[in-house]
Design a protein around this ligand. Structure first.
Ligand code: TXE
Length: 492
């Protein structure tokens, strides 16, 4: 079958890489290449950043009012809504995510643009209560300049929307680099950005690998902020690059989130929450509830029910609406999952279910896996696997649950299942993570900040504060005295 050929969006033009090189993208459900993308290198990065920089300074963008930017973002949200099925199908083919998941995500996508459109003309400085009677001072919030968005493969459209909506609302311009494993939908989003009426260069999309493309982009001297979602190794590289260009950073790096089930929880509800936490998106989600902590007295009942549901999960073609779990997005990710399950068994974990590839003719499928662990120090309990692998550990009481929950280098999310409000509040207070869900899991809203503690990264996306992260403050001083300024070297 002939491969679809994509081009990059630089300065409003659809272009190949200057070198002419391309790379293939694979459909995880078939293991076959389905599309080619330009292989961007330093030259292409430089062209895209220069374009974003020139647009940032141009009258066409710099003189837009915040209200006008709000209107552009609303139009973009409407265009996404008009193209829901096409975007959802494209993303599903490119990264193997279930069509039912990509459809749900794309249906919600416009809300991010509407939310930040609403904030565009409410992002204000303030007048300052100075201690100097003859001075008046105020602050102005100004955009930073060129923003680099580094996007992973698991949810490209969603993770892009939460970056570019506040970035553009605040008056910045953007260069996006999708993952080499899932570039298609960001190019499609770029087409809609142009159709919405943004000036050429306001959003550029370049396709390529972490090296050289992501590296060149994140150390480019004209990049003022990098909004990064991905793995810890790449993040360290981006942090080192920021020592060269002083770019601000926001980093969202995944986690090993505890999902804590107390014996007074509604067990069936908690089982559903545990399944949603770890088997949705085949566990390839930054907020996966991969560490299940279950109170001793309901442990057997809970694990039996969870195992029964995991074994009923329908694995298969992500394009089919009845499928409940699709493939790993890449062969490397499948091998990572296999490696971790092997380590778990060597370290003494008990395999309750799963632990092998799914028996399908093609595709990078892995079965929903539950590992019962006795030691919280086990590698699989401590390290992010990013696959459909839940570890389960019993706990005796609240104090132990809290100690285990916090025994991690990460701190992105946590789930608590209990009918006891006071206990929930005590746990919320003690847990060190950026998100806590009580009697629910994976809820998302444009209005609710997302970000982590510890090695889950720093900075917050979504919520009304997120737009401020894409601005810088200018402080203005005005002398209101009727007296001329005195010669500073004449003593009075
Ligand atoms: O991510 P990478 P990978 C975790 C998850 C996964 C692991 C590795 O545990 O198993 O990370 O996944 C770009 N300079 N998460 O290797 O490489 C890269 O091209 C600049 C959690 O696929 O971090 C892509 O666009 N950019 C996570 C993006 O970084 C670089 C989602 C992310 O890819 C770069 C994905 C460099 N030197 C993986 N190297 C989450 N937080 O949800 C790579 N990139």
């Amino acid at each position: 079958m002939a491969l679809e050929k994509f081009q990059m969006l630089i300065d409003g033009q659809w272009v190949p890489a200057q070198s002419g090189k391309t790379f293939d993208s694979y459909n995880p459900a078939t293991e076959q290449p389905w599309a080619t993308f330009p292989f961007a290198d330093e030259q292409d990065v430089d062209r895209a950043v220069q374009s974003a920089h020139n647009t940032f300074l141009s009258a066409a963008w710099a003189l837009t009012t915040a209200a006008q930017r709000g209107k552009l973002l609303r139009r973009l949200g409407d265009l996404i809504a008009d193209n829901t099925s096409q975007l959802a199908e494209l993303e599903s083919r490119d990264n193997g995510k279930l069509i039912r998941e990509t459809l749900a995500q794309v249906r919600y996508l416009p809300e991010f643009f509407y939310y930040f459109a609403g904030l565009a003309d409410k992002t204000e400085g303030e007048t300052l209560a100075l201690d100097k009677p003859d001075m008046f001072a105020y602050t102005v919030r100004e955009p930073l300049g060129v923003i680099a968005g580094i996007i992973p493969w698991n949810s490209p459209l969603y993770l892009t929307a939460i970056k570019i909506a506040p970035a553009l609302a605040a008056g910045n311009t953007v260069v996006l680099k999708p993952s080499e494993h899932a570039s298609a939908t960001l190019l499609e989003l770029g087409r809609l950005v142009m159709e919405a009426g943004f000036p050429a260069g306001a959003v550029n999309v370049i396709t390529g690998y972490g090296l050289p493309c992501g590296d060149a982009l994140t150390r480019h001297p004209l990049v003022r902020k990098v909004a990064f979602t991905g793995g810890g190794e790449s993040a360290r590289h981006v942090i080192r690059n920021s020592a060269e260009n002083y770019a601000k950073l926001s980093l969202e790096l995944g986690g090993k989130s505890p999902n804590i089930i107390f014996s007074d929880a509604d067990i069936d509800s908690a089982v559903n929450g545990a399944v949603a936490g770890i088997f949705a998106a085949a566990g390839q989600s930054c907020v996966s509830g991969s560490r299940l902590l279950v109170q001793q007295d309901i442990y057997d009942e809970f694990v039996s029910k969870l195992t029964a549901r995991a074994e009923r999960i329908v694995i298969g073609d992500p394009a089919q609406p009845e499928t409940e779990m699709g493939p790993m997005a890449t062969k490397a990710q499948l091998e990572t999952v296999e490696k971790y399950v092997d380590i778990a068994l060597t370290e003494g974990a008990r395999l309750r279910t799963g632990g092998k590839r799914a028996d399908l003719a093609a595709g990078w499928y892995y079965t929903p896996t539950i590992l019962e662990c006795t030691r919280h120090s086990d590698t699989v309990v401590q390290e992010e696997i990013f696959g459909p692998v839940a570890t389960v550990i019993p706990f005796a009481d609240e104090a132990e649950a809290l100690a285990l929950a916090n025994d991690t280098q990460y701190g992105l999310a946590a789930g608590i299942w209990t009918q006891n409000l006071a206990k929930a509040h005590r746990m919320i207070k003690g847990i060190r993570s950026g998100i806590v869900w009580v009697n629910t899991y994976r809820a998302v809203s444009a209005a609710a900040p997302i970000g982590g503690y510890g090695q889950s990264g720093y900075g917050r996306e979504c919520g009304s504060d997120a737009i401020n992260d894409f601005t810088q403050l200018k402080t203005v001083w005005i002398n209101t005295s009727s007296e001329p300024m005195a010669d500073p070297f004449i003593m009075r």
